[in-house]
Design a protein around this ligand. Structure first.
Ligand code: ATP
Ligand code: ATP
Ligand code: MG
Ligand code: MG
Lengths: 227, 227
């Protein structure tokens, strides 16, 4: 479903040039559940943003379901994103002036679903993360973990083929983290491909494959000196 | 140093009344290192905001260094906050249009320090969190963990008597998390009181006392049925 080949990504600020990803190659088959791990700054979010068509890359190629994304115009990319991809952002990215219901409903508005259908989908998604009592709260009125759970509900409400989760449990206690992992496990069993960034090796073990990044490259831990 | 007695905090939105803290009492002696744990939504951030004079409470009393904070006017509170308290926010609260240097320098500008002194303090604080190469980056140009480290540097740059850390390592890999914990341990040895919210029991073990919150109350785990 995803074929990344020799991807390069360079961030240039006036002062520093950062090679966030270097000749990174990765293949993900449909229905996989993958964890991406690595130290802070190693390129995990950058990788997810590129896979999720949220950012461009400077070198290499990316085939999504066999089609090269380089060909796609902005309009096509966002249609693709909206139809196929659910994204749980590391910093949640909830809209501050919208309440929980409206935040979670957002992805569905771009699909021409009827209001009644949207309402049902939203209420179900919010129920699965246990926040039905908070539907009318705005993000500032929610705890950090509650905001994270709203971000999860929003990513799943449209039943995407591909879920990209960037540290989906960082603000949650272990009980809640387990619930979210169970949720991701369930949708994965139903066929959704899940790529999850986490620095928690416990959680990573629940995914079928673990990828490790270091300085923008995928490293093969089996070849790394255990000392 | 801190005496909270029967603190009540109620959040009222048009739709829901949330009792975030209920008859909460807590005493913290100078130089302690305490962890505050509890499920998502249990009141940890609310508790820290009240201790840190960032929010008011609806009932009970709070004595900081023997003085009742209820007497304090806004101006006095912010002077007190600035002089004594370093706060690491759960969502970092970095100023988006300021670069790392300016974000970390912010607390010092309210103290009438000379520019040269401020610059030295900032560079040292940023060095302790390993981000000297990012001084001119703005928050959006930093990874999640890098933003978290800037938030830590900003909280410590003024060498406060009291540090309130709300999930200071949530976005960090274990190596970096250990570094931050070492940092907090060091300043605690030098006499700074540290109150840290974490849902990571490993990290909590490094503090000398652990407090557990549930539904806005401090609970005594020794009395909780292990089943
Ligand atoms: N917009 C940007 N401009 C400049 N540099 C950037 C930008 N975004 C990221 N970087 C840099 O690229 C590198 C990789 O960032 P990235 O966010 O992918 O790391 P990460 O692995 O997700 O880190 P973390 O675990 O801390 O979230 C970092 O060194 C970061 O400073
Ligand atoms: N500004 C607010 N308005 C309304 N309700 C609020 C507000 N801030 C917090 N709450 C509610 O108060 C309760 C306690 O929130 P708090 O942020 O203290 O929890 P927490 O223990 O820090 O959670 P987490 O571990 O998820 O960060 C939550 O149920 C939350 O929804
Ligand atoms: Mg990241
Ligand atoms: Mg909190």
């Amino acid at each position: 479903i995803i074929e990344l080949k020799d991807i390069n990504k360079v961030y240039r600020t006036q002062h520093v040039e950062t090679h966030a990803l270097e000749e990174l190659s990765l293949e993900v088959a449909k229905g996989e559940f993958i964890s991406v791990m690595g130290p802070s700054g190693s390129g995990k979010t950058t990788l997810l943003n590129i896979i999720g068509l949220l950012d461009t890359f400077d070198g290499g190629s990316y085939l999504l379901d066999g089609d090269s994304v380089a060909q796609l115009g902005d309009r096509q990319m966002s249609r693709l994103r909206n139809a196929k991809i659910g994204f749980i952002f590391q910093s949640f990215n909830l809209i501050p002036d919208l309440n929980v219901f409206d935040n979670v409903e957002m992805p569905l508005r771009y699909r021409g679903m009827k209001a009644k259908q949207r309402r049902e989908a939203v209420c179900e998604a919010v129920a699965t993360v246990g926040l039905t009592s908070r539907l009318k709260h705005r993000p500032a009125q929610l705890s950090g973990g509650q905001q994270q759970r709203v971000a999860v509900a929003r990513a799943l409400v449209g039943q995407p083929n591909l879920v990209l989760a960037d540290e989906p449990t960082g603000n949650l206690d272990s009980a809640m983290a387990t619930d979210i992992m169970d949720l991701l496990g369930q949708i994965n069993e139903k066929g959704t491909t899940v790529i999850m960034v986490t620095h928690d090796s416990e959680l990573a073990r629940r995914s079928k494959r673990q990828i490790h990044l270091l300085d923008g490259k995928v490293i093969d831990l089996t070849m790394v000196d255990p000392h």
